[in-house]
Ligand binder design. Structure first.
Ligand code: ADP
Ligand code: MG
Length: 261
């Protein structure tokens, strides 16, 4: 369980990015954060990852106050895949294990297994420049998951991809989260996904949180019913359509609110 309680974050420049943010994420949950640009979504992820501390309020992990320092069992995926261009794909994916001091052989085996899980088993020896945008992103996800983190934080990871690639990656992400499909009792990780896209948030999530414009706070918290593992047919379902309508309205409201920061 991770919890933000009455969190404010005022940056050293004086800018108030977050104000009174309350949020609870249960173990194994997949939650999306939706909100206008600059509303503080990345700021929330940094607090969850332990890369930053609130100016006031509390960040709690398993009920205990968080201290400064990155959370060891969190993986991060950003919009830029940030692969080392001079190293092949498997060497890129091994990097977090190398930083942990793991020996070469188990490290390579774990990286290869992670690549197989994201559908890049055949591309272990390829160089990043040989991969498409979607494949680079798959490699970045494999690198984030290679340490088997309990928490996966994704900051607009698919925003630069075309829609067909994005849909495929959305489905892949759900199957990584639920490795035994709908039968999965304990998901592989707790997921927090930041996006601008209402459709993407609803497709992926058990719960979608909408943030107001700066200073960011949570103005909507919507549970998305239906199966956890979803495919294209879910996009035609009443659950999907209703949730998208409701969140679009909330997002429009969020964008209207003046920035006070
Ligand atoms: P989002 O991810 O929703 O676009 P961010 O969390 O990146 O929003 O930023 C929220 C606000 O805080 C923005 O106005 C941004 O310019 C500002 N901000 C982010 N990081 C810093 C920082 N380290 N110092 C000063 N201002 C920052
Ligand atoms: Mg951001």
């Amino acid at each position: 369980m991770i919890e933000l309680k009455a969190v404010d974050r005022r940056y050293e420049t004086g800018l108030l990015a977050l104000q009174g943010v309350d949020l609870r994420i249960a173990p194994g949950e997949f939650v999306s954060l939706l909100g206008p640009s600059g509303c503080g979504k990345s700021s929330v992820l940094r607090l969850l990852a332990g890369l930053d501390l609130p100016s006031s309020g509390e960040v709690l992990r398993q009920g205990a106050a968080a201290t400064r320092g990155p959370v060891r069992d969190a993986g991060f995926v950003f919009q830029e895949p940030t692969l080392m261009p001079w190293a092949n794909v498997v060497t890129n994916v091994e990097l977090p294990l190398r930083l942990q001091g793991m020996a070469a052989e188990p490290r390579a085996a774990a990286a290869l297994a992670a690549l197989q899980r994201v559908g890049l088993g055949e591309f272990a020896e390829a160089m990043p420049r040989e991969l498409s945008g979607g494949m680079k992103m798959r490699a970045a996800i494999a690198r984030a998951l290679v340490t088997q983190p309990a928490l996966l934080l994704l900051d607009e990871p698919f925003a630069a991809l075309d829609e067909i690639t994005r849909f495929a990656l959305n489905e892949s992400l759900l199957s990584l989260w639920l490795p035994q499909g709908e039968k999965t009792k304990v998901p592989a990780f707790t997921g927090v996904f930041v996006t601008h896209s209402v459709f993407e948030a609803v497709f992926l999530s058990q719960r979608v949180l909408v943030m107001s414009a700066r200073p960011g706070r949570i103005i909507e918290d919507l549970r998305i019913e239906g199966p956890r593992l979803r495919d294209a047919s879910f996009r035609q379902s009443p659950v999907f359509v209703d949730a998208c309508a409701r969140l679009s309205t909330a997002l429009a409201r969020a964008a209207e609110e003046p920035a006070l920061g």
